[in-house]
Design a protein around this ligand. Sequence first.
Ligand SMILES: [Zn+2]
Length: 504
Amino acid sequence: MNDQSDQWYFEIGDGNTYGPYPLEKLQKWAAAGNLMPTHRVRQADSQEWIIAAYVPGLELTTTAPEFATPSSDDEDATLGKSLGAMVRGLGRKNKTDSEEKSDDSNDQASNATAPLEPPDIVGLCDELLETAFKLGASDLHIDPEENVILIQIRVDGELEPLKKLPKSILAPLIGRFKILSNMDIAERRLPQDGRFVRELGPDQRKIHLRSACLPTTHGERITLRLLALETEQFTLNRLGMSESALKTFAHFTGQKQGLVLLTGPTGSGKSTTLYAALRHRLANHPGRIITVEDPVEFDVVGVAQSEIDHGDKLRFDSALRNILRSDPDVIMIGEIRDHDSADIAVKAALTGHLVLSSLHTNSAAGVITRMLDMGIQPYQVVATLRLCIAQRLIRRLCPDCRKPRNLTPNEAKVIGRPQAEGAKIYDPGGCEKCNNRGYRGRIGLFELLPITQELARRIIDDCTEVEISDYAREQKIPSIRDDAAQKLLAGVTSYQELVGVSAW
Ligand SMILES: [Zn+2]
């Protein structure tokens, strides 16, 4: 025996081979219920794959009893049968070259006995991902409850139940997603983050997924976020800005220097807009673009993206300083959260860079007061800030089943357009194309507030957020509400959806 004999590879049926790891490590994973007795393993110095259950220390796992049938004299044989069937199930997808031979032997094993229909975890995970993608979900939640696993998806911002699964498959289900996500499968007490890429749908589109796993009292839960649908989605034209807003946006993001700040609640599409701006910028004004993000949500070709945990303040700030030294033309900072990151953004904008970022506040006017609250001096705000953008997302009516009706006098009053009484608007319907939701996809609502000379004067004079908003309305700058009303009257969204927008 040489040193190699202690080293093992394993497969879980996703087309990848993991390892080599010492047997001790595999045994640890098996004991934690993450490496299943059904997974295939092989010694580093051998080409022969075997079922983990046949390797000492891997045969008894916490998950095995849940799969076995009621105990009987020949429990071992029963387990063996189910293992054969399961491994066959695992091998069905993503075949690897070396799999041909072992498929045969598995066939023999399962042909010899009636299969027990054990859960095909790999197939189940694939099915969940495919379903989430097909239904246009942004998130897939796997939540253990006391007696069941609740599977939910978020579609167009709304959480909806998908199905319930038996609690007994929790460990292998979570284990499978953890391995896909490159998480430590043995760690079950600490939260973990991961990511992977998956080809989904009939066109096998490349979908980036981010996963977050968290222990709860009922066991580990995992959330999978389906990121980039397709990068071409993030072009300026698709955001839903009006023509004049688009012109303003393109103008300011095409400048050599200055600060452009976006705001809106979580999930309001800020990063989509930032990425669209980067792509537009790159296409029209080639130059060096560097980003500091937490996390990097989409890959943008031609842009140097760095991912730094905002929680790690020292690293975040020093990364930002480093970036300034590397002489970029455009810097995108995922989010400004405190004085230090705001200060660096302002300094970068003052020294000849275009800086794009987002911050948390309620309105376009609030961006200005938030910068002041973070300790940026009014003269610095005025010298750097060029454009504030507030953004929300609302659901788009399904064009195939929306139902026309007239705007009532009361509704006309609520949306601030009394003269629009009787105008044709649409209610959601329900059809096959929208899965009976009445809505398909979402669209942005925007307010773009450029810092004019007059506004700058008011900022220096220490005006309030309300005064800034009043000024914007005097200047006939459309608010989020105006944009929503315009989209209602254009038949893009419904009255119900519009009154649901938090800013209303
Ligand atoms: Zn429909």
